[in-house]
Design a protein around this ligand. Structure first.
Ligand code: JFZ
Length: 435
């Protein structure tokens, strides 16, 4: 190639992939990774845990940034963080009872505080707190015992490390001297990730967050992603960057929105072919917020789970444990009620994919094998008109033999839902197909 064709080739590459750092399409997922993606899509429901030293003030995980607390002051929370009531067995049992199949816990949030025994600095729960133990180790062992998979959330944004420089949108009140070395920061981050992937058994995946703080920086994503895939080929990588997935990622996530909706304002990206996940809070907070009493109802939370499944996505529901390590009763109650609902109705959620009727305001459809499940969440009339679905021969209520009237019209179906057939949370209808 002469100089000009080389230049042209480069231009074409930039045009095809955009100017974003993670461009070349080179990643080939391993067989174990592809299998893990299937497992993930079948699992449907997971527990998100935001827990760190920020639980001590109890004003959410952004307290350092929101209240402009400098590092020297923020570090004083660590000696007060002594979660002696933390029980990995209780938390994993809570997830299981809720019908959740995996847990995604913060290994490090934006405040840079590691919730595990890292050797990369002393800003971690083992070295900086009176607790002195590694909760992620306990959780990893308990998850293995109870058959729950474990993901680690990891913040690429860091308000504490002096090498996180130049600063992005946030972290300007931390009081760090200017002039840190971002390459050294990325090496620190990769070293922490290597610890997480080496010392905690099988890790189901890494849930990245924080790239949005410096979208123009060279994050050297391919180096980080290939490190993870090399250490644990089955581990699934996802990132909360709110772009279409980059090369090397294994699932796509939507924060506080169902795939396809954008109520939060930052979910404008298209839906990829990768497994999908959406996350939400029980009240308004990720990390423990003692003043937030705005709890969603059990019905709302079940509706979110069902609507996620209908949108072909998993639901990752968050809890933020208290500084004691305990989970507040409002969360425990709601998770328990969701678990009871899943015990009865989980067959129409687990192992399903989004159904042939795309999400509607009245509800969604899911499908598994030859079965189609309608989830009627919000419909007051006696008749519900459905689009034409080839091969449907009848309908009955899920979990009973109660047949429902289903008329075939020109261009659609008409389903009759007499008041007595309605369920206040979710009227689940099985559409029968000639087999
Ligand atoms: C991020 C975190 O900042 C937050 O603390 C929590 O961990 C959540 C799950 O993820 O929240 C975000 C991330 C990106 C945007 C907004 C909130 N964004 O791009 O607007």
């Amino acid at each position: 190639m002469n100089r000009q064709t080389t230049k042209l080739a480069l231009l074409l590459i930039v045009a095809a992939f955009g100017s974003h750092p993670a461009v070349a399409q080179t990643y080939q997922p391993s067989d174990s990774n592809l299998k893990a993606r299937q497992w993930f899509q079948d699992a449907k429901f997971g527990m998100f845990i935001h827990w760190g030293v920020y639980s001590v003030p109890g004003r959410g995980e952004w307290v350092m940034e929101n209240e402009k607390i400098p590092i020297t002051e923020y570090e004083k929370f660590a000696p007060q963080f002594n979660p002696t009531q933390f029980s990995a067995a209780d938390i994993v049992s809570l997830a299981k009872a809720a019908g959740m199949k995996y847990i995604t816990i913060t290994s490090k949030h934006h405040d840079g505080f590691a919730m595990f025994a890292t050797r990369q600095n002393k800003w971690n729960i083992v070295d900086a707190t009176p607790y002195g133990k590694d909760p992620l180790k306990q959780l990893a062992e308990e998850c293995r015992k109870q058959g729950i998979k474990l993901f680690f959330y990891h913040s690429q944004l860091d308000w504490h490390n002096p090498d996180y420089f130049p600063l992005g949108r946030t972290g300007h009140s931390a009081g760090r001297p200017e002039g840190g070395d971002f390459n050294r920061y990325l090496e620190f981050m990769n070293a922490q990730l290597a610890e997480l992937l080496a010392n905690y058994g099988d890790v189901a995946g890494i849930w990245f967050d924080g790239m949005w703080d410096k979208p123009e920086a060279d994050w050297q994503l391919q180096r980080t992603y290939s490190l993870i895939h090399k250490l644990q080929p089955a581990a699934l990588i996802g990132s909360n960057h709110h772009h279409a997935p980059f090369d090397g990622e294994d699932f796509q996530m939507f924060e506080k929105d169902l795939p396809g909706s954008n109520t939060a304002g930052f979910n404008q990206t298209s839906i990829s072919q990768l497994p999908l996940e959406t996350c939400e809070t029980v009240n308004g907070a990720w990390g423990y917020n003692k003043n937030d009493k705005n709890f969603k109802s059990v019905t709302d939370l079940i509706h979110y789970l069902v609507r996620a499944a209908g949108a072909n996505a998993n639901f990752l529901l968050n809890i933020g444990p208290m500084p004691s390590g305990k989970v507040q009763p409002e969360f425990v109650e709601r998770l328990g009620a969701m678990g009871q609902w899943m015990q009865k109705n989980g067959d129409t959620i687990y192992g399903t994919r989004g159904g042939p009727i795309t999400p509607r305001s009245w509800g969604v459809s899911t499908q598994k094998g030859g079965d189609i499940f309608l989830h009627v969440l919000d419909w007051k009339d006696e008749y519900l008109a459905l689009p034409d679905l080839p091969g449907i021969t009848g309908a009955h209520l899920f979990g009973s033999n109660t047949a429902l009237e289903l008329k075939t019209l020109a261009g659609g179906l008409l389903l009759r839902l007499p008041p007595a057939s309605r369920d206040p949370i979710d009227t689940i209808v099985v559409l029968e197909r000639a087999k």
